[in-house]
Design a protein around this ligand. Structure first.
Ligand SMILES: [Zn+2]
Length: 408
């Protein structure tokens, strides 16, 4: 069943171009994100949330007092920006009423076809209302579906006077460039005694995501010795060749293309070299902290091994941690998962816990004092022209949230 209120809001929000930009040093990284933020504040005020505001960094907050005698306050969080991997300007949504199970030709010319043979989930979405792109942009279901689910839920609980615990509604900028938690107003949450929240930013609604990678970035600088090749005999050290030696000594089984589920990886993201200097960048990922530390140690061990072999300090490894697995924090209070599980079950969804093979703002928030697992939005194939939204599933998530806030 399609929630028409949700659908209307979603289509409105994706008409805003809110692409974030990693190169920018400001927050929000792009001024256009503020336009959606201001619109959301206006709508929240129209619903009766007079305290809604957008701060100088482009974060939107609003507080709704409990009416179910509960002392609990929970946060509902979604991000407003879209990925820079594809344009989010002039999105032309294509609405498919009652999907018939056949391949969806999104854009013949560009070869953008959603074939259920390749995108298996479509087989379970027959009869649903789907929204695709026209093949030239992303859709923005990530995460405007999350924004619209929260907005619809809040509007309906106020309008119909439904029971709910205390709520903080938050919309963040710049999640896609990893900065959504940077200027998050923790003291606003503390003021309202709120230490639990949910991001609505996943895909499949029955999936609860409460585990993510431990993550680090690693820079390997290798110095060589540049000599004219004609007179290089037993003198030249080509840093690029040493770099390849370094790379080839790392386990090939720990490359992203060889790993899935709970398997971590070391991913070479760039390799730039000349004879005299080569710089490699890696990202290091593992859900398990001990294995994560072991992977980092491998890099340092390799530095020593190669430097010993050449009797020179050719290799320098620098590793910086980026974020950690939120599971460590969520394990301290699993009620946050139990409540979500019950709300999902109440809407007939089978719950599955799925490890995120990446990070989320919720992971960082969990280490900043707000436990924050991630729930689904009904969207699929984020960040590109194959993105689509299952409106029926998103509509179910509106009901799930209503149930969730009632039970706290
Ligand atoms: Zn997202």
């Amino acid at each position: 069943m399609v929630n028409k209120n949700f659908l209307k809001k979603f289509l409105h929000y994706i008409s805003f171009d809110t692409q974030s930009n990693e190169e920018s040093l400001t927050c929000p990284s792009t001024a256009k994100q503020l336009l959606l933020g201001q619109e959301l504040v206006k709508e929240l005020k129209e619903m009766g949330l007079d305290n809604a505001f957008i701060d100088e960094h482009g974060y939107v907050y609003a507080y709704l007092e409990a009416n179910n005698k509960s002392d609990e306050v929970i946060g509902l969080i979604a991000h407003m920006d879209t990925s820079d991997e594809a344009s989010g300007k002039d999105v032309k949504p294509q609405i498919i009423d009652s999907y018939d199970g056949k391949p969806i030709i999104v854009n013949q010319e560009l070869g953008i076809i959603l074939d259920p043979k390749e995108f298996n989930l479509l087989n379970e979405q027959i009869g649903h209302t789907l929204i695709t792109t026209d093949g030239t942009t992303l859709l923005g279901a990530d995460d405007k579906s999350g924004v619209a689910i929260i907005m619809t839920c809040v509007e309906e609980i106020i309008k119909n006077n439904l029971k709910h615990c205390g709520l903080i509604i938050t919309f963040t900028p710049d999640e896609e460039i990893g900065r959504g938690a940077d200027l998050f107003n923790i003291s606003y949450y503390e003021k309202h005694h709120c230490h639990k929240a949910y991001t609505i930013d996943g895909d499949i609604p029955s999936h609860i995501e409460c585990e993510n990678f431990n993550a680090a970035s690693c820079k390997v600088v290798i110095k060589g010795k540049s000599i004219h090749p004609g007179s290089a005999y037993q003198k030249m050290i080509n840093s690029q060749i040493v770099a390849m030696e370094f790379f080839n000594t790392l386990s090939p089984l720990l490359r992203p293309e060889c790993t899935k589920g709970y398997e971590g990886f070391n991913h070479l993201t760039s390799f730039n070299g000349t004879v005299s200097e080569t710089i490699m960048h890696f990202i290091i990922r593992n859900h398990d902290m001990a294995k994560f530390n072991e992977q980092k140690k491998m890099f340092y061990d390799l530095q020593k091994k190669i430097n010993d072999k050449y009797h020179k300090e050719l290799v320098k490894v620098e590793i910086k941690d980026s974020y950690y697995n939120m599971k460590e924090k969520i394990d301290l209070d699993k009620s946050i998962l139990k409540k979500a599980e019950l709300a999902l079950l109440s809407q007939g969804l089978d719950v599955k816990y799925v490890p995120i093979r990446g990070g989320t703002d919720g992971a960082r928030l969990s280490f900043m004092g707000i436990l924050c697992p991630n729930l689904g939005t009904g969207g699929q194939n984020f960040h590109g022209p194959f993105e689509y939204l299952d409106v029926d599933l998103a509509s179910i998530m509106v009901e799930v949230l209503k149930e969730l806030v009632k039970n706290y």
